[in-house]
Design a protein around this ligand. Structure first.
Ligand SMILES: Nc1ncnc2c1ncn2[C@@H]1O[C@H](COP(=O)(O)OP(=O)(O)OP(=O)(O)O)[C@@H](O)[C@H]1O
Length: 284
C-alpha cells in the first residue's frame, strides 16, 4: 500500500537531549499506535509530523506534500488534525466557540459553511447537547471529545492524537476508543498512548519508541508474539524473572526467561512491549 505519511532520518535535539534520533517511518490508513516510556520522544515525533516544530534534519511528506517548503507546509496543514497532549482551551469558550475558533484558524472563511461543519463534528463526538456550555464546565472526557472535534474539523486525512485517553475513566475511554476507531476509517491516525490495551484493541500497527529511536514497527500480533514462550506461572516468584507478581488466583505470573519445564502462559501485547524495552536495555 502506498504510504500516506512517510518520514526518513528525522532527528531533533533539545540542547544535549536527543529527542529524535534518525527516525524513519511509513504510515497508511487506519490507526497506528505509538508506545514508549516517558521521555521516549513520542510527543516530539508527533509535533514534528504535525508541523508544529521543525526537525533539525530529515524529511517527511503528508499526503504527498512536503512540509519542508512553505507551500508544502500550508498544504500539509490543511490536511492534518492534531490533538496535542494539553489542548490549549480558552476556559471561557463554549465547546462550539472553541471548535469554531480552530475552524477559523484552518482558514474556513464562509461563516455559514463553517458553523454547519462545527455542528457536524460536535454531533459526531456526541456533544450536540452541550455545545453551548463553557469548556471549563465540561467533564475531562467531554473536554477530550471537544479537542477531538477540533482536530477533525476540515476532515483531515492525517490525524495526530497525543495521549487522548489519559485521565479518562474506563467508560469514557471505551467511548473514546469507538470515536478513534471511527476516525481511523479511511484516514491515517497516529495515536500516542501509554495504554497497551488501546493499541491491542484499536491499532492495525504499532511503533515502539525509546531514546528517540523506533525499536519496533509491526502489527500488534507481532509485538505480542515477541513474548511467546517468555511468560510463565509458578507458585513462588521466580528469581530469574524480569518481572513477576502474585495474581488474584494466588499463583505468580512471571515475564522473562522461563526455566525448563515451566508452565507457559499466553502473552499479552503489554508483555511483548515490556520485553522489547528490556531486550533493548531501556528501563520501562
Ligand atoms: N521543549 C523541550 N526542551 C527541552 N527538552 C525537551 C523539550 N521537549 C522535550 N524534551 C526532552 O526530549 C525528550 C523527549 O521528550 P518527549 O516529550 O518527546 O517524550 P514522550 O515520549 O512524549 O514522553 P511522555 O510519555 O512523558 O509524554 C525528553 O528527554 C524530554 O525531556
Amino acid at each position: 500500500m502506498t504510504p500516506t505519511v512517510s518520514a526518513s532520518g528525522l532527528s531533533l535535539r533539545y540542547g544535549g537531549t536527543r529527542a529524535l534520533d534518525d527516525v524513519s517511518l511509513r504510515l497508511s490508513p487506519g490507526v497506528t499506535g505509538l508506545l514508549g516510556p516517558n521521555g521516549a520522544g513520542k510527543t516530539t515525533l508527533l509535533r514534528v509530523l504535525a508541523t508544529s516544530v521543525p526537525a533539525d534534519s530529515g524529511a517527511f511528506t503528508v499526503l504527498g506534500h512536503d512540509p519542508g517548503t512553505p507551500a508544502g507546509r500550508q498544504e500539509a496543514r490543511r490536511r492534518l488534525g492534531y490533538l496535542p497532549q494539553t489542548p490549549g482551551f480558552h476556559p471561557d469558550f463554549t465547546a462550539f466557540e472553541f471548535v469554531d475558533y480552530v475552524a477559523i484558524l484552518k482558514e474556513m472563511t464562509d461563516r455559514a459553511v463553517r458553523h454547519r461543519e462545527v455542528r457536524a463534528v460536535l454531533d459526531g463526538v456526541d456533544l450536540s447537547d452541550v455545545r453551548g456550555k463553557r469548556v471549563k464546565k465540561l467533564s475531562g472526557g467531554m473536554r477530550q471529545r471537544v479537542a477531538l472535534a477540533a482536530a477533525l474539523i476540515g476532515d483531515p486525512g492525517f490525524l495526530v492524537l497525543d495521549e487522548p485517553t489519559v485521565g479518562l475513566d474506563p467508560e469514557q475511554r471505551m467511548r473514546f476508543r469507538e470515536l478513534i476507531a471511527q476516525a481511523g476509517e479511511g484516514r491515517t491516525v497516529l495515536l500516542s498512548t501509554h495504554q497497551t490495551e488501546d493499541v491491542a484493541m484499536l491499532c492495525h500497527r504499532v511503533l515502539v519508541m525509546a531514546g528517540g529511536r523506533i525499536l519496533f514497527d509491526g502489527t500488534p500480533a507481532e509485538l505480542t508474539a515477541r513474548a511467546a514462550g517468555r511468560v510463565w506461572s509458578s507458585t513462588e516468584r521466580d528469581p530469574g524473572a524480569k518481572a513477576g507478581w502474585r495474581t488474584g488466583t494466588g499463583s505468580f505470573r512471571n515475564v522473562g526467561s522461563p526455566p525448563a519445564g515451566a508452565e507457559l502462559l499466553e502473552p499479552t501485547l503489554e508483555d511483548g512491549y515490556l520485553l522489547t524495552l528490556d531486550d533493548a536495555e531501556v528501563p520501562a
